[in-house]
Design a protein around this ligand. Structure first.
Ligand SMILES: [Mg+2]
Length: 460
């Protein structure tokens, strides 16, 4: 796996040693000899991982890490701190400012490479998602998608696979004290596997020694391979003090590890960092996945859906206010549509909806918003259009449906009509929902007066 690694150390020999090791493993290595140079290089070169010395004359590694993490252009780059002694207090301080891990000098090669591989995997996924997300940002769609995601975001669930029941209880107590999460305990490898399938936890903490002689590394591999837990955060608790064990766990797909004995705070900060990263990934993924199309387009007709229409209408209202022009809102509903579905079948119904959408689009301007609001109900919003234009266009739309039969696959001619209700928006920044309601009332007027009609809402 190729990757660009920025090595930061004030001592040239230390940089040389690290550079030689990394270059031998085919990584590209960049160097910086002080905190400021590190920050500048990170900004300009966008490395995939930063190995950061803590003790430097101009500013210490904690400060550099804080700078990196608070700058939007560098905050996503993983940082591994390099230190001469790794006391719990130092580790907690480093993790708190956003570092991903610590390596102690002299650096153990296995620990170094396992961690670098682990962080490169994370960074690659992030880069890919970020790239796709920027496309949707350029299309101006993420703003409300994020809000939508937030509304759906729920509390995280953390599952525990401890070495003993008492340990599980202790972890649960510490985690619940500091994080707003739900915690589930398990008491064997088997139970952990089953529970993971049902609960789909966001994070799983696995102790090296499992109860009932379970195999913790096997558990990790299984969880990583399963679709329900593939994206879950996993933290491995190493009890034998062996860096080889930790390296193996990382290579099997653990997100992070902690060595016993540890301060509860360290585990919790690591867990919190991983959960945040997972949330960020989820946000990016869902922006990409549903993003663009699924979130705003009605799959049957290719028109915008209600969610998009409501959002976009707000912009039309604001613009009308800015340029002091009226705009037209039309609600339309296919007459007796249910009968088509009932007598001709749903395929014919779908064909009618598609053909209807097509005819509407052919008869409005490019700047007009056309949306399917649900079922056989459609919305057209025309910016910069007063009642004269609205009258003309709505009549044209009504005729475009009535004048030509819709032909089903089997050749049946269907005579379709549409009822239309129009409301005129005034340039004073009204509420889109109110205007839709007015157009709906006018639509009801058309329906009750015999259908295949256009009615205008009369302002009180
Ligand atoms: Mg130093």
């Amino acid at each position: 796996m190729p990757g660009r690694i920025l090595v930061v150390d004030d001592v040239a020999t230390n940089r040389l040693i690290l550079k030689a090791k990394l270059a031998a493993a085919y990584y590209d290595v960049l160097e910086a000899d002080c905190g400021q140079a590190a920050f500048d290089a990170a900004l300009a070169e966008q490395p995939d991982v930063i190995l950061l010395d803590i003790n430097m004359p101009d500013m210490d590694g904690y400060t550099v890490c804080e700078m990196l993490k608070s700058c939007p252009e560098t905050s996503h780059i993983p940082v591994v701190m390099i230190t001469v002694h790794s006391a719990p207090k130092e580790r907690i301080r480093g993790l708190s400012v956003g570092a991903d891990d610590f390596l102690v000098k002299p650096i153990n090669d296995m620990a170094l490479f396992a961690r670098v591989r682990n962080l490169l995997r994370v960074k690659m996924v992030f880069d890919e998602l970020k790239l796709r997300d920027s496309t949707s940002k350029e299309l101006g769609l993420t703003g409300f998608l994020e809000t939508f995601e937030e509304a759906e975001a729920n509390r995280s669930t953390v599952m525990l696979a401890p070495a003993a029941g008492a340990q599980g209880e202790a972890w649960k107590k510490e985690i619940s004290k500091m994080l707003q999460v739900d915690v589930i305990g398990t008491c064997s490898e088997r139970e952990a596997l089953n529970m993971a399938r049902f609960e789909q936890p966001d994070a799983i903490i696995v102790h090296q020694r499992l109860m009932e002689d379970g195999d913790s590394l096997r558990l990790i591999s299984a969880l990583r391979a399963r679709s329900e837990t593939r994206q879950a955060v996993m933290i491995y608790v190493v009890s034998d003090g062996s860096i080889e064990t930790a390296a193996t766990a990382l290579d099997l797909g653990t997100s992070d590890y902690v060595m016993e004995p540890f301060e509860p705070e360290e585990l919790i900060i690591r867990l919190r960092t991983q959960l945040r990263r997972k949330r960020e990934f989820e946000r990016l993924r869902s922006n990409v996945r549903d993003g663009l199309k699924m979130a705003v387009i009605d799959p049957l007709t290719g028109l915008y859906n209600r969610r998009y229409a409501t959002q976009h209408m707000q912009k039309i209202v604001e613009r009308a206010d800015n340029i002091q022009k009226e705009f037209a809102v039309m609600m339309m509903d296919l007459d007796r549509f249910k009968r088509i579905n009932d007598t001709e079948g749903h395929d014919a119904g779908d064909m009618v909806l598609k053909e209807f959408s097509h005819r509407i689009q052919e008869n409005v301007r490019g700047v007009d918003l056309v949306a399917r609001m649900g079922g056989e109900e459609f919305l057209v919003v025309m910016p910069d259009a007063g009642s004269m234009v609205a009258k003309h266009v709505s009549e044209r739309l009504r005729r475009a449906i009535e004048s030509k039969p819709f032909i089903t696959k089997s050749g049946t001619e269907l005579h379709i009509t549409v009822s239309i209700g129009v409301a005129i928006g005034q340039p004073d920044g009204g509420d889109p929902a109110d205007l839709i309601k007015c157009a709906d009332m006018a639509l009801y007027q058309s329906k009750s007066s015999g259908r295949n009609l256009v009615s205008f809402h009369q302002a009180a």
